[in-house]
Design a protein around this ligand. Structure first.
Ligand code: C2E
Ligand code: MG
Length: 435
């Protein structure tokens, strides 16, 4: 797809698909050398970089052609920065911001505040001295959270609302089963954060995780989910003694010094062996300060926690990171699995990934398994585990416990309801398929 076609309208941009993604990045920085470094990082991803030295130049370039991501040097005059953000927020492409911090510490909270006020998404903060790995990771984060919906249809929650929600215990985890494709047994669950707000309704993680990451709330949110997940796993292990729980760990939490002690404390408090916990790390995180990430992952594994590479196929992780980091599991992103029956190229990629993972001694989990047919195909090519609506949707911990009980009527009923969603109009077959 070429850039011109991509810019005809948001519907032309393919995300999480197998098609190439053409992104345009606007770099606003006064320093010529920095503009060149930023532009090189963007071009390494195969995207188009445009540079501007100040407000007038940036607004003119932006008016001529919208951009998907903007990298803004916060050393610019605060008033000019605010004008620029307001101008960017009027774009229908919903551009993500990356702020390169200035020498003045007050610049970055002020820019975040304006961005929130005008409803702009912030992919992250880039501290000086500039680390190209981190910029690379933020560019990917900015692109993968890219939204196709007009902002007005589903407003971004503010950091204040999220903080209140954490304080008011509105955020909890739901659990989705991970199933062994040969035995059909549930071998683990993934904890997925859920926010049920009495005022805003149910907000999907794709909407509040980025807000948490931009506002330093991601540590609290992760520890909240971790606390729930480990306690739920301790209960699940009374029914399935080997059951594990997977928790998504954002790249921003990997650099939090509280991560390792908190994991240790929560496991000890719930008397859960570290092996029962799997930390899911997205591919994007691996580009962010690679040596530091490797160090944290090694320390987690030394303590016995297992580490999974999440969403494989969407984040451009290098093969080197697969070899150097202590992964025990690789999860293939659902965008490849979901289309594997209809897209022969996606299916080739799925098979190649499974065979590579096996060569490296990693367990493979396919995400987004929605039908029996896909589950069978994956099993036949050596995929170890599946996760997806075919096996079970995310559920609250007590529903998951009931679901796991053998011959428990709720389990059969829920399975029938889930299969019925995939076989509309055929309730009897759905119940039979679920039995
Ligand atoms: P993920 O880690 O890849 O989680 C799997 C996502 O796929 C979940 O979306 C799940 O509901 C969805 N899913 C599962 N089976 C199917 C299926 O068969 N078909 C389709 N189409 N989708 C399926 P969800 O819950 O909306 O979460 C989205 C993402 O948000 C997660 O992707 C994860 O990256 C992030 N997330 C969720 N909870 C947390 C959290 O506690 N911490 C962090 N850092 N990220 C989280
Ligand atoms: Mg995950």
């Amino acid at each position: 797809m070429n850039v011109d076609t991509a810019l005809q309208g948001p519907e032309m941009i393919h995300l999480h698909g197998t098609q190439a993604v053409a992104f345009r990045v606007l770099i606003v920085a006064s320093d010529t050398i920095e503009r060149m470094i930023f532009a090189r990082c963007v071009e390494m991803l195969g995207w188009t970089a445009e540079t501007a030295s100040g407000l007038d130049d940036a607004t003119a370039k932006f008016a001529a052609r919208p951009h998907n991501v903007a990298v803004i040097d916060l050393r610019m005059e605060p008033r000019e920065c605010a004008i620029l953000l307001r101008c960017l927020s009027r774009d229908r492409f919903d551009p993500a911001m990356i702020f390169a911090t200035g020498t003045d510490d007050r610049a970055h909270p002020a820019a975040l505040e304006v961005a929130h006020e005008v409803g702009l998404r912030v992919a992250g903060i880039l501290p000086r001295p500039i680390d190209p790995y981190r910029l690379h990771g933020l560019l990917l984060a900015g692109s993968t959270h890219f939204s196709r919906e007009p902002r007005g249809n589903f407003p971004w929650p503010t950091a204040r609302e999220l903080e209140d929600a954490l304080r008011g215990e509105e955020i909890h985890a739901e659990y989705q089963p991970k199933t062994d494709l040969i035995t059909g047994e549930v071998v683990g669950v993934e904890a997925l954060a859920r926010w049920h707000s009495p005022t805003l309704g149910c907000i999907p993680p794709g909407r509040f995780i980025p807000v948490a990451e931009q506002s330093d709330l991601i540590g609290r949110l992760t520890f909240r989910v971790l606390e729930d997940a480990v306690a739920a796993c301790a209960k699940l292990r009374q029914i399935r003694p080997d059951c594990s729980v997977s928790v998504n760990i954002s790249p921003f939490v990997l650099s939090d010094p509280l991560l390792l002690p908190t994991v240790e404390t929560i496991l000890a408090r719930n008397k859960l062996p570290p092996r029962a916990l799997i930390a899911e790390i997205t591919e994007t995180a691996l580009l962010t300060s690679m040596p530091a990430v490797a160090d944290v992952l090694h320390r987690l594994t030394i303590n016995g926690v297992r580490v999974s590479m999440d969403g494989f196929g969407t984040g451009h992780a290098s093969l080197q990171s697969l070899l150097r980091m202590p992964f025990t599991e690789l999860k293939i992103h659902r965008s490849f699995v979901g289309v594997c029956r209809t897209d022969p190229d996606a299916w080739k990629l799925v098979r190649a990934t499974i065979s590579m993972a096996r060569e490296l001694g990693l367990n493979v989990v396919a995400e987004g398994v929605e039908t029996e047919d896909v589950s069978d195909r994956l099993r036949d090519v050596g995929c170890d585990m599946g996760q997806g609506w075919y096996f079970g949707r995310p559920m609250q911990d007590d529903a998951m416990l009931r679901w796991l009980l053998p011959n428990e009527p709720h389990g059969r009923l829920q399975r029938a309801l889930m299969v019925a969603q995939l076989m509309p109009g055929e309730p009897h077959q759905a119940v039979a398929a679920a039995e």
